[in-house]
Design a protein around this ligand. Structure first.
Ligand code: 0WD
Length: 271
């Protein structure tokens, strides 16, 4: 599906990262990849993982640094001569802003959550634009969560950032569409990763999802990766500005089945 295509993936921290599942799926489909790691702390792990792929380009990038973003896109332009797809799988908020009373959200926490998790997508899209135009268009995919549409306990400022991210997807799609570039988001159900560990009560959340989602199980990273593959490929050529939920259908449930809830409470409610 992606034979002869090139992609750039941000957000691999370790083997559990959603970005790593996506990297494997798109590489399997034939794409050549550039990936980034946030800092030296993560470099070794990312090199080990990504070394399994075919001739990867591995570059440092803290997305709060314009010079590092510039260097990544310059290297990709030099090596690949263009870019067909970009995956943004990055988010951050200070831990103290991911629990407790939302009204206590700090100015600094609000700012950093939006800078890292939202503005970074705009900065990447701007730099990707000329590289994608040389290919006659491209596809940009980012990762979001239901906490951007509904209030979810403890997700707090990250939910506000995800709402901004989803709006950013629509604005980017609107402005980049005439240049042949599509921009979409995947709204994934909870998956146990490093970032998820920062959300207070995450394990209980996994239990809830498995009980309440119509598919009655948690989201597997490979399901998210296959959707990303679809969005990066020409199979999705008519789709832009969209948020696709890959969450076992959890987001469509208006009310849980009361009998099932009672059985769950009696038997196997999560700790
Ligand atoms: O349940 C989940 N895991 C879900 C995650 C459900 C729905 C959506 N998502 C989203 C996240 O919000 C994020 O946008 O998926 C995306 C990827 O998250 P992930 O795969 O769950 O988490 P992880 O493996 O930790 O990758 C995110 C990485 C960071 O990891 P840590 O945990 O070290 O903060 O984003 C990177 C970093 O490697 N990152 C940065 N990269 C460059 N510059 C920066 C930065 N400033 N900050 C964080």
């Amino acid at each position: 599906m992606l034979e002869g295509k090139t992609g750039l993936i941000f957000g691999i921290a370790n083997k559990r990262s959603i970005a790593w599942a996506i990297a494997q799926a798109v590489a399997q489909a034939g794409a050549r990849l550039a990936v980034t790691y946030q800092n030296e702390r993560l470099e070794r792990k990312v090199r080990e993982l990504v070394g399994q792929l075919e001739r990867p380009l591995i570059l440092p990038c803290d997305v709060t640094r314009d010079d590092e973003l510039d260097a990544v896109f310059e290297a990709v332009g030099r090596e690949f001569g263009g870019l067909d797809f970009l995956v943004h799988s990055i988010a951050y908020a200070p831990r103290e802003d991911l629990e407790g009373d939302f009204v206590q959200t700090t100015r600094a926490g609000f700012g950093i959550a939006h800078e890292v998790s939202v503005y970074s997508l705009i900065g990447m899209a701007r730099r990707a634009l000329p590289l994608m135009e040389t290919r006659g268009g491209g596809s940009i995919v980012t990762m979001t969560y239901l906490g951007g549409e509904r209030a979810v306990p403890n997700y707090n400022v990250m939910g506000v950032a995800k709402a901004a991210l989803e709006s950013t997807v629509r604005y980017l799609a609107y402005y980049l569409g005439p240049r042949g570039i599509r921009v979409n988001a995947i709204s994934a159900g909870p998956i146990k990763t490093l970032a998820a560990a920062g959300v207070s009560g995450f394990s209980r959340m996994l239990g809830m999802y498995a009980q309440l989602a119509p598919l009655r199980r948690n989201t597997d990273p490979s399901e998210v990766a296959d959707t990303a593959l679809f969005l990066c490929s020409s199979l999705s050529r008519g789709i832009t500005g969209e948020v696709i939920h890959v969450d076992g259908g959890y987001h469509i449930v208006g009310m849980p089945d009361i009998d099932q809830m009672a059985a769950w409470r009696d038997k196997d409610a999560p700790e």
